[in-house]
Design a protein around this ligand. Structure first.
Ligand SMILES: [Zn+2]
Length: 301
């Protein structure tokens, strides 16, 4: 199946930083090796033009990001040191989600091997998230008249505060976030539905909470297009998450979300969001399993 990546665009990071650079290239290699995507189906994402970013983000914030003038507090909140390469990669991450969402509308499913930068809000960039790829993609496709109603299913272990800031008040977009109750961010911005999951929750209770949340959400969303943030960080071995899902449980999560959305006739754009396992190969396993479930439903596998 077709996928988008921006793994060649790296940026300088201090040693020991938790940002999982290697997962992106390893995941691409894994998908090609396993026949999930042929080499020619792996597309390098184009950088999103600044005008697209300006459609959803505050002009002052974008100026500071573009010219490396983030304040000390903003810089700390972002958690990644500014560089031109960081900005270029961030724009390409957005470009990948726009392309994958377009593919979703054409064929029912699309996947970006990145994106899901859900802590970026209208006037803030934090938690490793520079721009909100989902909000930009949605703005773009709405502008083309291709989407009326939309839905965000955010299953990253961290609450989607930036997405809630941008899309929570939007009457034509339903935002659902399932996250660790005691995980970052500690000051929340309300989604249309937030589901706090207790620390230590395992597969069964998580999956029943997810099914219940989807039961509540789908009739209200009546969406044409959904963005699914398939975060790998609810995994039991994750360094930042506080939940205890197994790899099999995460795979069941992906199947549940994909099947419920597709059964409703909703096009689905899948993005990666977070994943901070000690050994990056565990995160890659989880992301690769998500891609396999997507590929199976496109008929590519
Ligand atoms: Zn996360």
């Amino acid at each position: 199946m077709d996928v988008w990546t921006h793994d060649r665009w790296r940026f300088p990071l201090p040693g020991g930083h938790r940002f999982p650079f290697d997962k992106y290239a390893l995941l691409r290699e894994r998908l090609v090796a396993d026949g999930v995507a042929r080499p020619e189906e792996v597309h390098e994402a184009e950088p999103a033009p600044w005008e697209w970013l300006a459609a959803v983000h505050d002009a002052g914030l974008l100026e500071r990001i573009r010219h490396g003038r983030l304040g000390a507090r903003e810089q700390r909140g972002l958690g990644l040191p500014w560089s031109e390469a960081l900005v270029e990669r961030g724009r390409r991450s957005v470009g990948g989600t726009v392309a994958a969402a377009r593919m979703a509308l054409e064929r029912g499913l699309g996947m970006n091997l990145g994106g899901g930068t859900h802590h970026a809000g209208r006037a803030f960039a934090r938690g490793y998230c520079l721009f909100n790829d989902v909000a930009v993609a949605l703005w773009r496709l709405r502008g083309e008249g291709r989407v009326r109603r939309s839905l965000v299913v955010d299953c990253d272990v961290h609450q989607g505060d930036g997405t809630a800031d941008l899309l929570g008040p939007d009457p034509d977009c339903f935002t659902l976030s399932l996250h660790g109750a005691r995980n970052y961010p500690f000051q929340r911005i309300a989604s249309d539905l937030d589901v706090d999951i207790a620390s230590g929750t395992g597969d069964d209770r998580y999956l029943s909470a997810l099914a219940e949340a989807l039961d509540h959400t789908l009739p209200r969303a009546r969406a044409d297009l959904a963005f699914y943030l398939a975060g790998a960080d609810p995994w039991e071995g994750d360094r930042l998450g506080r939940l205890k899902l197994t790899k099999a449980g995460l795979r069941a999560r992906d199947e549940l979300v994909l099947d419920r959305l597709l059964d409703e006739g909703i096009a689905v754009c899948v993005v990666l969001a977070g994943g901070y396992a000690e050994d990056v190969r565990d995160t890659v396993d989880i992301n690769a399993a998500t891609a396999v479930e997507v590929a199976r439903r496109t008929g590519a596998l």
